[in-house]
Design a protein around this ligand. Structure first.
Ligand SMILES: [Fe+2]
Length: 142
């Protein structure tokens, strides 16, 4: 099931909502490729590696933007979010490495497993962490 962005997922800050929508799109694209049977050995290796690279780059960009906005708005959860983001990036990179190593991985991770991980990883980030931002007053143009 693809993730569908809903109004309840809005943190009330346009640039962050747009980032989340874009991350959802990338995660859904990955799920699509895997569902079509185009794993790393299925002839789609180049596309998959590009997609995952894009996801990693955009995650870094998004977390940095979120932290910058929170910093500027004196958001009380900034410190907690910073360590949460660092942990999420480590986890993401580790899973992608395991998947990308294919048969060579110490503990193999299939495309389906990576896809399921990405879905919960992203939804948890948005719902469990970022929605807390709704209770803070963010002023200015972001
Ligand atoms: Fe976020």
């Amino acid at each position: 099931m693809p993730i569908v962005w809903r109004e309840q997922m809005s943190v009330g800050i346009k640039s962050i909502d747009e980032d989340h929508q874009r991350l959802i799109m990338l995660v859904n694209q990955f799920a699509d490729v895997i569902r079509q049977g185009g794993g790393l050995s299925g002839g789609n290796e180049g596309a998959i590696r590009t997609l995952l690279g894009r996801l990693q780059a955009y995650t870094n960009e998004h977390f940095a933007r979120e932290e910058r906005i929170q910093d500027q708005a004196n958001y009380p959860g900034l410190k907690e979010n910073r360590s949460h983001h660092a942990a999420l990036i480590t986890e993401l990179n580790r899973k992608i490495e395991r998947y990308a190593a294919g048969e060579k991985a110490e503990k193999k991770l299939t495309g389906e497993e990576l896809s399921a991980f990405l879905n919960s990883w992203l939804v948890n980030h948005i719902i469990k962490v970022d929605l807390k931002m709704k209770s803070h007053k963010f002023t200015g143009v972001w």
